[in-house]
Design a protein around this ligand. Structure first.
Ligand code: ADP
Ligand code: MG
Ligand code: MG
Length: 248
């Protein structure tokens, strides 16, 4: 199975250092939750791994099966088996969901899927996520509700079958039904045991449905505590106050 290794990662935005030495290893078959207060750098970790140009790597390494992700273009990262779902996906007028997904699958596999097979896989994926057929023809991310964005994110997972998935979840904008559908999607996807999942979240709510194997607490740009799923329960009961005080 695959391994994502983050070693002593330091990341700055402008001249402000935001990540201050993050160490984390995610293996296929494992689900890791990163939790932490707002502003602790959780999304910065996702953007840095994604290769967003605003985020400058000032130190450390990110390796996928030993290959240096930070040296790769965004496309190369996807082809290497990395999937990143962003908190604020961009709207792309004139590009339908269906076109976008077929292009993404083509890019990751290095060849275009046969139209008929793709249409079939797309329908299976959409049915499993209770997505209406008309959704495939809508413009990418245009006017998507929170629930539609999340379903689309999980649909991408099912079609792209990445080795490592990084999901930056707001949990906001998801009603209980949508949360359940999305969680079931993540659970279905990870049940193969062939994918490692890094689930970034401020709230513990989604972790009631997607049980993590490991929980890491982020504060002020570093991991300040690690544990098993019981750590999420503790955070739900006690909040982040202890960590924000300690790292201030
Ligand atoms: P979290 O996801 O844990 O809420 P973020 O990674 O979004 O935290 O933010 C961490 C810190 O980095 C915050 O102080 C935020 O203001 C700053 N930051 C993140 N991204 C940017 C950006 N693109 N421009 C300026 N500041 C940023
Ligand atoms: Mg360091
Ligand atoms: Mg965030």
């Amino acid at each position: 199975g695959s391994t994502l290794e983050i070693r002593d990662l330091h990341v700055a935005v402008g001249d402000k250092e935001i990540l201050r030495g993050v160490n984390l290893t995610v293996k296929a078959g494992e689900t890791h939750a990163i939790m932490g207060p707002n502003g602790s750098g959780k999304s910065t970790l996702a953007y840095a791994i994604a290769g967003h140009p605003k985020y400058t790597i000032t130190g450390g390494q990110v390796l996928l099966d030993g290959a240096d992700l930070l040296e790769m273009t965004v496309d190369e990262r996807a082809r290497a088996g990395l999937f990143l779902a962003m908190q604020y996906p961009v709207e792309v007028p004139g590009v339908s969901v269906s076109n976008f997904l077929r292009t993404a699958v083509t890019s990751v596999r290095g060849e275009a899927p046969k139209l008929r097979q793709f249409a079939k896989d797309l329908k299976t994926g959409m049915d499993a996520l209770s997505i209406d057929a008309a959704f495939a023809q809508r413009n990418l991310n245009e006017g998507f509700s929170g629930g539609e964005k999340k379903r689309h994110e999980i649909l991408q997972l099912e079609l792209l079958k990445p080795k490592i998935a990084v999901l930056d979840e707001t949990d906001s904008g998801l009603d209980v039904d949508a949360l359940r559908v999305v969680s079931e999607g993540i659970n279905r996807f990870r049940s193969s045991g062939e994918t490692g999942v890094l689930l970034i979240t401020h709230y513990t709510r989604i972790l009631r449905y997607v049980k993590p194997d490991f929980v890491h607490v982020f504060a002020a740009g570093r991991i300040v505590e690690q544990g098993g799923p019981e750590l999420a329960d503790k955070l739900e009961a006690e909040g982040y106050e202890a960590y924000t005080k300690a790292s201030a």
